[in-house]
Design a protein around this ligand. Structure first.
Ligand SMILES: *[C@@H]1O[C@H](CO)[C@@H](O)[C@H](O)[C@H]1NC(C)=O
Ligand SMILES: *[C@@H]1O[C@H](CO)[C@@H](O)[C@H](O)[C@H]1NC(C)=O
Ligand SMILES: *[C@@H]1O[C@H](CO)[C@@H](O)[C@H](O)[C@H]1NC(C)=O
Ligand SMILES: *[C@@H]1O[C@H](CO)[C@@H](O)[C@H](O)[C@H]1NC(C)=O
Ligand SMILES: *[C@@H]1O[C@H](CO)[C@@H](O)[C@H](O)[C@H]1NC(C)=O
Ligand SMILES: *[C@@H]1O[C@H](CO)[C@@H](O)[C@H](O)[C@H]1NC(C)=O
Ligand SMILES: *[C@@H]1O[C@H](CO)[C@@H](O)[C@H](O)[C@H]1NC(C)=O
Ligand SMILES: *[C@@H]1O[C@H](CO)[C@@H](O)[C@H](O)[C@H]1NC(C)=O
Ligand SMILES: *[C@@H]1O[C@H](CO)[C@@H](O)[C@H](O)[C@H]1NC(C)=O
Ligand SMILES: *[C@@H]1O[C@H](CO)[C@@H](O)[C@H](O)[C@H]1NC(C)=O
Length: 501
């Protein structure tokens, strides 16, 4: 008894003494159509943010991350002007919009986010838009202002810590590109983090920064385009965390008809601590405990809470609404942005594919000097599976290009004269063993193992190996799993052509 009292006196509930922190990411089903006023759209979405923050706080969260374009939708220049707010540079001036009530009274987004942080004594990471006068600057657009897709980070007092302008815009012609490369790292009472936005994850900088020795992880806001077979949201988040040995807190938007869903909390060695992937138009808060960098393990005590206008409830059976198909090559255009889940395949036109033939065996294929081999053992092949390999410059949505090396095993179906074109999300084929390896030349590689219904296979069931002969992944499970994709994506960042927006 006495000991307990002493312990309480000597060890107050300071953050510094715990071996974990609690993180929350909010997957928001953004409200608003072209016919709603800007004010209603902002107020309604921030109303959801407030609910989510308060629930996160009740679960002990130290930080909550919100998605890209969670408060207003992407748009053209005139549309965006209804939402953008002038955001000060926190390296130059101290700004606390909640405290400085008068000065920020016309900037409701910044003020609300700052008050959410302050009222709940939490760190807040959110995506919004910055507008800055630029008259006199030779690159200044004709309307005299820059528009920046911006992440802001507030500390527990509501003070602005970081203002980050997105460095890799994805189309987004209503926004301007960041003026320079930024240092987005910031220090909290539970570690040092950086913040990035969506398309940034495809490029070298975010990975480089995550591997700085001081950095524990990245707080990431996104509105991601779902791209099978290897680039669907949760696959990318987990494989990126594992590939960079860094925590990733990934908050995506829930708009399956706009190709976007899938959020979670991913650890650099343990993979997913908690995630949600369910195309149903319902906002969800994902919460988990994350070990601090110097500690090995702590139970995540993960939870998912569904949040709608009038109700909140514990979310069970995540994934129950995942359909067989999402391909825009097979399905009509989505008519309900909250329900009709659509995805757009990676450009696999230059891959070399070989179909698996027996219930077990060995298959090899090469493409541009990259050779990929597969050993597998199934309980009987009940679907069509292919080994795919690619090495070279990858062309993304007819606009962006980079260098990659791919070696995949995937369930896929033919379309037209392409033998492997679409990637269903269900499978009846039980794999007990898969060993995939290739002589990659990329330094960085991202590995994904996905099963029936878009669920991530526990990291304890597969081993990733990098050595002089290349890279490999070995999956083994006595009981077997109905896999849909096993893949390794090498990113030869050093051979990327320069990025142009
Ligand atoms: C917006 O209003 C117009 C005109 O009333 C209507 O045709 C359109 O369907 C509405 N759009 C949405 C998304 O509700
Ligand atoms: C913060 O707390 C104050 C005082 O209780 C309240 O008036 C305000 O609405 C709160 N703001 C947010 C965004 O929660
Ligand atoms: C980035 O910023 C952090 C925090 O301000 C600082 O400690 C670090 O040295 C900076 N890194 C670089 C490469 O500028
Ligand atoms: C991964 O990071 C942890 C610290 O967060 C470090 O202890 C470990 O050695 C790293 N592992 C590798 C393979 O670099
Ligand atoms: C785990 O989370 C649940 C619900 O969020 C909570 O009731 C419980 O106390 C937590 N467990 C621990 C050990 O803190
Ligand atoms: C939520 O409640 C309000 C007021 O009771 C009601 O008008 C609205 O239709 C409800 N929304 C939903 C989605 O049920
Ligand atoms: C999808 O589009 C096709 C061709 O336009 C049409 O025949 C079919 O009825 C549509 N199906 C649905 C479910 O809307
Ligand atoms: C990969 O292996 C194949 C077959 O052994 C070989 O022809 C090719 O040159 C190797 N590629 C690299 C980059 O080492
Ligand atoms: C797919 O890649 C091929 C070959 O590199 C290229 O010609 C084509 O334009 C790309 N398609 C898209 C949609 O980017
Ligand atoms: C596949 O079909 C498309 C048109 O349907 C054609 O342009 C292309 O040349 C064909 N490719 C092959 C390899 O036959």
């Amino acid at each position: 008894m006495l000991l307990a009292v002493v312990a309480i006196l000597v060890f107050p509930r300071t953050e510094a003494l715990r071996n974990f922190y609690t993180a929350a990411v909010f997957e928001h089903a953004r409200f608003g159509t072209e016919n709603d006023t800007a004010r209603l759209i902002v107020d309604t979405n921030l109303g959801f943010y407030k609910k989510a923050t308060e629930i996160a706080k009740s679960k002990g969260a130290d930080v909550i991350v919100f998605p890209e374009y969670g408060i207003f939708s992407p748009g053209d220049r005139p549309q965006l002007k209804n939402y953008l707010e002038m955001i000060p540079d926190p390296r130059k001036v101290r700004a606390n919009p909640c405290e400085e009530h008068e000065a920020y009274s016309q900037r409701p987004i910044l003020q609300t986010l700052s008050c959410l942080a302050r009222n709940n004594s939490m760190f807040i990471v959110a995506n919004t838009g910055d507008i800055q006068n630029c008259e006199g600057d030779p690159d200044c657009p004709s309307d005299g202002v820059f528009h920046f897709n911006t992440n802001v980070v507030f500390d527990r007092e509501g003070a602005l810590l970081v203002r980050y302008h997105k460095e890799h815009l994805f189309y987004e012609f209503g926004m301007d590109l960041a003026r320079e490369q930024q240092n987005t790292t910031f220090v909290t009472d539970f570690g040092t983090f950086a913040t990035y936005i969506c398309f940034d994850i495809d490029f070298e900088r975010m990975s480089q920064v995550a591997r700085w020795p001081a950095v524990d992880g990245v707080m990431f806001s996104t509105m991601w385009v779902e791209q099978p077979p290897q680039m669907k949201s949760i696959q990318v988040w987990e494989s990126w965390a594992l590939g960079n040995n860094a925590t990733l807190l990934a908050s995506n938007i829930q708009l399956p008809g706009a190709n976007a869903l899938g959020s979670g909390i991913f650890h650099g060695q343990k993979g997913a601590l908690a995630y949600s992937f369910d195309p149903d138009g319902i906002s969800k808060l994902v919460v988990a405990r994350v070990p601090k960098s110097t500690f090995h393990w702590v139970s995540p005590n993960a939870s998912i809470t569904a949040i709608t206008e009038n109700r909140t409830w514990d979310w069970e059976d995540d994934g129950k609404d995942v359909p067989l198909e999402c391909s825009t090559k097979l399905l009509n255009e989505s008519t309900d942005i909250y329900k009709d889940y659509r995805c757009i395949e990676e450009n696999v036109t230059k891959y070399t594919f070989k179909e698996l033939e027996g219930s077990s065996g060995h298959v090899e294929a090469c493409n541009n000097g990259l050779c990929c081999s597969l050993d597998y053992f199934t309980g009987g092949l009940n679907d069509r599976f292919f080994l795919g390999v690619f090495s070279g410059i990858y062309h993304h949505f007819r606009r962006y290009s980079w260098c990659e090396e791919d070696c995949i095993l995937a369930r896929c179906e033919a379309l037209g004269n392409a033998s492997c074109a679409t990637f269903p999300m269900m499978s009846q084929t039980v794999f007990k063993y898969v060993h995939l390896r290739a002589n990659f030349t990329s330094e960085m590689a991202y590995t994904t193992v996905l099963e029936n219904g878009m669920r991530l296979v526990p990291v304890s069931e597969f081993a990733i190996n990098h050595d002089l002969l290349g890279k490999s992944v070995r999956f083994e499970n006595e009981a077997g799993r109905k896999l849909i994709t096993v893949g390794i994506k090498g990113r030869c960042y050093d051979r990327d052509p320069p990025y142009h927006r």
